[in-house]
Ligand binder design. Structure first.
Ligand code: HEM
Length: 119
């Protein structure tokens, strides 16, 4: 059986490093940082780690809100989504995730565009 992407990319340590770099970049990006003003970043990072772990087939249950519910009140547009996807891609690459796995993860994330943008 093929290994889950989670294991191929290095498991928990790498997912945590990716999420950490991802939020550092998001919170340094003036296009989108205001969206995060009112939120508890510790909780958000924890949920994002669970979420990325579960979309990559890791042994982790995601306990946060569903993607439509989590984002509906933010009124996000395509540009916001694009900015977040770029930061995720950069964080994956910076942590040594191979091209094929970067593409697989971004394609799973792209599948979430409609719910995240509440379309
Ligand atoms: C496919 C892309 C995205 C994924 C996979 C994603 C994932 C998540 C996850 C897992 C949570 C945690 C929900 C919870 O704690 O219950 C969350 C919350 C949040 N996301 Fe996203 N997100 C995406 C796109 C975006 C974009 C484009 C923005 C804004 C530019 C954004 C801003 C936020 C904010 C502000 C919260 C906190 C909302 C709250 O707690 O009420 N997200 N997201």
């Amino acid at each position: 059986m093929q290994q889950p992407i989670y294991d191929e990319i290095g498991g928990r340590d790498v997912v945590e490093a990716v999420v950490s770099d991802f939020y550092d970049a998001v919170l340094a990006d003036e296009r989108i940082l205001d969206y995060f003003d009112d939120y508890d970043m510790t909780e958000l990072r924890a949920h994002q780690i669970q979420f990325i772990s579960s979309v990559t087939g890791g042994p982790v249950e995601y306990t946060g809100a569903d993607m439509r519910e989590a984002h509906a009140h933010l009124d996000l547009d395509e540009g916001d989504f694009q900015a977040v996807a770029e930061h995720l891609e950069a964080a994956l690459r910076a942590n040594g995730v191979a091209d094929a796995n970067v593409e697989a993860i971004l394609s799973r994330v792209a599948d979430l565009k409609a719910p995240v943008l509440n379309q």
